[in-house]
Design a protein around this ligand. Sequence first.
Ligand code: B30
Ligand code: ZN
Length: 272
Amino acid sequence: VGQHWCYLSQKNEEPSCEDPRSWHKIDANCKGSKQSPINIVTKNVIYDESLTPLYFEDYDVKGSSKWKIENNGHTVKVTLSTSPKIGGGGLKRKYKAVEFHLHWGVQEEQLYFPGSEHSIDGEKQAMELHIVHIREDALNLTDAKNYRDGIAVLAFFIKIDEENKNYATLISELDNILQKGLSSEMEPLPLNSLLPPVYELVKYYRYEGSLTTPDCHETVIWTVFEKPIQLSLLQVSRFSTVHFEGNNSTLMSENFRPAQFLNGRYVYWSGA
Ligand code: B30
Ligand code: ZN
């Protein structure tokens, strides 16, 4: 069995790594029947009136302890120092946010090839932000995996549009984590400052899936919001200045898993 997993964009540099087509060799979960991400086909979604607006608790609180931003070799990940919470929206319990990270595409000349993980009617967006939440009573992600309803990820599309000044601090930190294993302490932000305004978050899709990287753990409660976050092309392109490995390695780009089969699952929609 190969030693570690990678994205397709890393194969040139590391021909022996396991790309998404062979992640099942790393962990059999990855060939399960409830995998993520998926392409959401809007004509097939089921309107569900129980999918009321989520509530966001302490998402507006700027903690006093620093956030840890790191390059872990497959994404840029920020570990939170406070525990903003979500509930409602058809969730049967409260969940606390532990980290967020992003997935993105690649820029060639003035063109940006989208790198979101989820897509809607086959359309991908430039990037995707994942806020990873675990059950309130779970100690960490590993502990949360012991429960069938242990993990809830909020997914936000990022679309190229106007500059978003609320991302300036985060993006300026990228210079400190250009190589795998590097991390930096950053000034915390209110989490909601990175998201569209809450009244724009009433329309979302809900389905049961998995983590999108090995171990591809099922089950994860996915919430995919319709309203995208907006960043400028310059801001989006800054994420690809970090490397997958060392200084001379491939630039981190196209760090997404392709869409997985639905295998009879339903996707629910909160409605207009
Ligand atoms: S995602 O939101 O489905 N993309 C993990 C969390 C969320 C997603 C995928 C994976 C996760 O925490 N995985 C296990 C831990 N990772 C740790 C890490 O931060 O770096 C271990 C690993 O992959 O094997 Cu790399
Ligand atoms: Zn993710």
